[in-house]
Design a protein around this ligand. Structure first.
Ligand code: SF4
Length: 364
């Protein structure tokens, strides 16, 4: 297949679904985790679950960067927005995430200067355009976004832009996958590896899954045929008893990843422990700036105090992110919690499992 339309072709998808059915026939129950929130939404949007045989089940994982930002991280962002002379800049998904004392959107309604941008470069431009304000970008994202944020920070340092800083909440995906497996709460037979993240870190970054956990991994793109091919590969690995890493997204992902993006990240960041919603503190899973870039670290520059955080009452996002609870099993799903009135981040974000399942339900 060469063109995007090929990856959405109904006949090709039907053939892949048939291949999965044939491979899985009589092979017992199988459960695969799609780590990535983008995959969760693609699976829901294209109704892929309905194409799978009954013994092949997909479960969502912690691959939504907004959803896994801890309540403390959200609260720190809201606290920053309340500071005089500070402009907080973020991607749109963070605006509605409820913090202990409200969301960024509510802070803006109360007079805080909070702006939405589409790229970290826009945030840096805003700092240049507003020299009288401290412009703080919320660095939320996985390995996919971290290189672009690192590039703005290095550029700000080079150009002597002193009113730009970043609250780095960046997180690394392989340690989170390890944490899910080490917790042992969910039985998995394989993992659909994240596509965008793997363009940066490479398919080879997932080799620990077969080598240390005996699980197959299929790195996938975001079209229906990409995902069905990945599931077929995972079923094949289970049936043959030969777990490996299959790169089913070769048009974007190499084995070693993007060396330029990795070099920029390496130049700006050091690996630290990070607090994940649902997983707690995961060792070596976050990115903070190197000491020589401390001036561009918003947390250090603006001396944020320690805050007391409260999770939203009744919200089960943590269990959804660990794959132990289906979104629809949360008592608030679709009643107290909807995309229009979200209680937890998994219903807010475009990559959240709860919003994906809600949209699928609405589509009938
Ligand atoms: S339905 Fe709402 S409250 Fe329940 S887990 Fe999902 S986001 Fe959290």
């Amino acid at each position: 297949m060469r063109y995007l339309s090929d990856f959405r072709d109904a006949a090709a998808c039907a053939a892949l679904a048939e291949r999965i059915r044939r491979l899985a026939h009589g092979a017992g129950e199988m459960q695969f985790m799609e780590f990535c929130g983008g995959h969760t939404h693609a699976i829901a949007r294209h109704g892929l679950r309905s194409l799978l045989p009954e013994n092949v089940r997909l479960v969502s994982g912690p691959g939504c960067p907004v959803c896994v930002s801890s309540q403390g991280d959200v609260d720190r962002a809201v606290a920053l927005a309340g500071r005089d002379g500070v402009t907080v800049v973020t991607f749109g998904d963070m605006m509605q995430v409820p913090g202990s004392e409200g969301s960024l959107q509510e802070a803006r309604a109360l007079g805080a200067d909070v702006r939405v941008v589409y790229s970290p470069a826009d945030a840096l431009r805003l700092a240049v355009d507003c020299p009288g304000r401290q412009v703080v970008f919320l660095g939320v994202g996985f390995e996919t976004t971290a290189p672009a944020v690192a590039a703005t920070v290095l550029q700000a340092q080079r150009q002597g832009i002193t009113n730009y800083s970043v609250l780095s909440l960046h997180k690394l995906t392989p340690p989170a996958m390890r944490a899910v497996l080490d917790a042992g709460e969910v039985r998995l037979d394989g993992v659909i590896g994240p596509g965008h993240v793997s363009t940066v870190i490479g398919a080879g970054a997932w080799r620990f899954l077969p080598e240390e956990h005996g699980l197959g991994c299929a790195v996938a793109g975001f079209e229906p045929a990409d995902l069905l091919l990945a599931v077929a590969e995972l079923v094949r690995m289970v049936v043959e008893g030969r777990p490996e890493v299959a790169n089913c997204y070769r048009r974007s992902v190499s084995d070693g990843g993007n060396s330029r993006a990795l070099a920029v990240m390496e130049q700006a960041f050091q690996v630290v422990d990070a607090d994940w919603r649902g997983l707690g503190v995961v060792p070596a899973s976050g990115l903070h700036f190197r000491p020589e870039l401390a001036d561009l670290d918003a947390g250090a520059r603006l001396a944020l105090p320690k805050l007391e955080s409260r999770e939203p009452a009744g919200c089960r996002c943590g269990e959804v992110l660990r794959g132990v609870l289906e979104p629809s099993q949360c008592p608030l799903f679709g009643s107290a919690c909807t995309p229009e009135s979200p209680v937890g981040p998994c219903m807010v974000s475009t990559e959240g499992a709860c919003s994906a399942h809600y949209l699928l339900r609405e589509a009938g």
